[in-house]
Design a protein around this ligand. Structure first.
Ligand SMILES: [Zn+2]
Length: 294
């Protein structure tokens, strides 16, 4: 035994040796609202580009998932559910999971603890009003978290899917965490809003990168958490690329294709004690004895 030995394999369900989750953060126009909350510009291009998501993008991806028989996890900001009241019921009717994703896609760094708690309650209320029940999970806008947010997520009994301290389900301060991964997020490759943004990557290069990620998740027995956005991956060639990736996933019989809610429930039932962390944010380096010694 060495301290460098890998931990025992994650206990996936019988016959499965890794897992895959298809998730969509249905941001639509909500980040535009948040970024322009103090002064709304009389400009249409970004708003229209984002509104493509609820109009066509989410439907194109949902159609692809339906043809392949895949259930995904869709995280919907309260403001998006409010603007498109058909969305949450239609997703649930199609068998998908829906979860929280802020109200105005508010960024953690820009809201107080009190404001976060207030808009979280508003988000829960809109889910209850439109679906008759609370969702099971929370995903933070832009994947940032604070100790206060984690405490609130715990108080409501949600699982979280915003952090990446492990590549299998685990728990953070008692909250079941279904980890994300920047390398398998479409925004870092394709997000392009004009101006000086770098040109979006080709679908062929992203498919190649994600096939590498998929093979690595099979090799190491980890979770492949795919995260796409309605207004980004609902564009034709990207949805076709996603379909090619999903066909590979379906063909691999030892891969558990599950929603994040199913992954969280499995973790609680079969691996609750495993990889339970209580992270501490260190005090400033400038108070460290190695720095202050005379
Ligand atoms: Zn988002």
């Amino acid at each position: 035994m060495s301290a460098l030995d890998l931990p025992p394999a994650y206990p996936w369900p019988e016959g499965k040796s890794s897992a895959f989750c298809f998730s969509m953060d249905v941001d639509a126009h909500s980040p535009w609202m948040w970024n322009n909350r103090h002064e709304v510009p009389q400009l249409l291009s970004h708003l229209e580009q984002r509104n493509y998501g609820p109009r066509i993008g989410i439907r194109r991806v949902a159609d692809m998932l339906k043809r392949l028989g895949i259930k995904g996890s869709f995280y919907v900001p309260g403001a998006v559910a409010e603007a498109h009241p058909w969305m949450l019921p239609a997703l649930v009717e199609a068998g998908h999971e829906v979860g929280l994703h802020g109200y105005f896609h508010e960024l953690v760094q820009q809201v107080s603890d009190e404001e976060f708690s207030r808009v979280l309650e508003s988000s829960i209320e809109i889910f209850e009003r439109q679906l008759g029940q609370k969702p099971a999970g929370f995903r933070s806008p832009a994947w940032e978290m604070t100790p206060h947010m984690l405490a609130e997520v715990k108080r409501h009994g949600f699982y979280d899917s915003s952090l990446m301290g492990y590549d299998t389900p685990h728990s953070v301060d008692g909250v079941t965490e279904v980890p994300v991964n920047w390398a398998t997020d479409d925004a870092i490759f394709f997000k392009f809003l004009g101006g000086g943004d770098p040109a979006p990557r080709s679908t062929a290069s992203v498919l190649e990168a994600w096939v590498d990620e998929f093979e690595a998740s099979q090799r190491y027995g980890t979770l492949f958490m795919l995260t796409v956005h309605d207004w980004i991956s609902g564009r034709g060639a990207r949805t076709v690329m996603l379909e090619r990736l999903m066909e590979r996933v379906i063909a691999a019989e030892d891969v558990w294709l599950a929603t994040a809610g199913e992954l969280a429930a499995h973790h609680r039932a079969h691996a609750a004690d495993r990889d339970a962390v209580t992270p501490e944010i260190p005090t400033t380096l400038l108070e460290h004895p190695a720095w202050t010694r005379q």
